[in-house]
Design a protein around this ligand. Structure first.
Ligand SMILES: C[S@@+](CC[C@H](N)C(=O)[O-])C[C@H]1O[C@@H](n2cnc3c(N)ncnc32)[C@H](O)[C@@H]1O
Length: 332
């Protein structure tokens, strides 16, 4: 049988680990993908390629009179390196499981753990999508079960029903509130966002003064994907999902749930960057004849702004913003 979602039914429980366990080992185990690989070698994020994101965040930092930026899941420190170029006096801290890159400017601090408290801006750019979560699916009897996966083959199997005693009640409670599966057709899936909610709430509680912003691709109640959103990327391409440490494993973020857990608001990147003065309008042709260098600079700035605000692209990313009355509070 193939369900109308195009998925074959899964076999019953085997010894395979849950998705969350397999995913965690694959990315962060002793030989995990992110201990060995730079994100920029495998996919492009909005902090690679231009310093526009850094410029936008600098505007925010200045408006709120902050002097510190903490980048959680900093990759190879690309965003902080850009901020350091733009404003060398800022205090910058990368929180990252991978080792510090040798080429990073020495004033940028590097740590594998979050600071106990922060007076400044915390940014987590494409971090939450890499926080492993449990996966649930509706089996062919209509029961909602935890999905397990063989890390070497990707073969999935069903584990316990999520409402069984012994499975943490927070999983079924989260599904009921944020991604209801009861009564949905067999094969319908969900990624259970409890691990992301807890991770982000733990970051936000450390901010004594300032803001915390999580930027990621995601969905809200109105747009949950019935087939789930697990993906793998390797060397610039989307490849079959496999939690064996050979590739990235990611899933979109339930941003409304994350915002509720940490006390924040959700906006699109397009709107957030517009509020921060990022403008994708092209310069006038007249500038090309009066000041060719300024014209070329403005043209490339407009192209970068268009890239970061594009529909069906980075512009559709979500910003979950907590603290200090939000991003617009102090912008003139
Ligand atoms: C998709 S990459 C994003 C990198 C960068 N922020 C960017 O946008 O290009 C996610 C990064 O988060 C890091 N990471 C994941 N969980 C982490 C944790 N608990 N502590 C520190 N770093 C973590 C990974 O090692 C990886 O470099």
């Amino acid at each position: 049988m193939v369900t109308s979602l195009g998925m074959p039914p899964l076999p019953p429980r085997t010894d395979a680990p849950s998705w969350r366990t397999a995913w965690d080992r694959a990315l962060y185990g002793p030989d995990g993908f992110y201990r060995r690989h730079a994100p920029a070698d495998h996919f492009r994020t909005a902090v690679h390629g231009s310093d526009l994101m850094a410029r936008a965040l600098l505007r925010l930092v200045e408006a709120h009179d902050l002097d510190t930026v903490v980048d959680v899941g900093a990759g190879r420190g690309e965003l902080l390196a850009a901020l350091h170029r733009l404003s060398p006096e800022l205090e910058l801290l990368a929180v990252e499981v991978a080792p510090r890159p040798a080429t990073l400017p020495p004033p940028i601090a590097w740590s594998p753990v979050l600071p106990e408290s922060v007076d400044g801006l915390v940014i987590a750019h494409e971090w939450l999508d890499n926080i492993p979560c449990h996966v649930a699916a509706v089996d062919d009897k209509g029961d909602v079960r935890v999905v397990h996966v063989d890390p070497s083959t990707g073969q999935e199997s069903y584990g316990h029903r999520v409402s069984t005693p012994g499975v943490p009640p927070s999983m079924s409670e989260w599904l009921e509130q944020w991604w209801p599966l009861e009564g949905r057709e067999p094969g319908t899936r969900a990624e259970i966002g409890t691990s992301r909610d807890l991770a982000w709430a733990d970051v936000v509680r450390r901010v004594e003064r300032g803001l915390a912003i999580a930027v990621d691709y995601g969905h809200t109640m109105e747009s949950r994907p019935a087939e789930g959103s697990l993906r793998s990327y390797l060397e610039g391409r989307q490849v079959p999902v496999l939690p064996d440490g050979s590739r990235d494993v990611t899933a979109h973020v339930a941003v409304d749930s994350v915002a509720a857990a940490a006390g924040g608001t959700v906006t699109t990147q397009r709107d957030a960057l517009q509020a921060l003065g990022i403008d994708s309008s092209r310069p006038t042709l007249a500038l090309a004849s009066t000041d060719p260098a300024a014209y070329v600079g403005a043209l490339s700035g407009a192209a970068a702004a268009a890239d970061l605000t594009a529909a069906d692209g980075f512009g559709d990313f979500y910003w979950v913003v907590s603290g200090a009355g939000g991003i617009s509070a102090k912008l003139g």
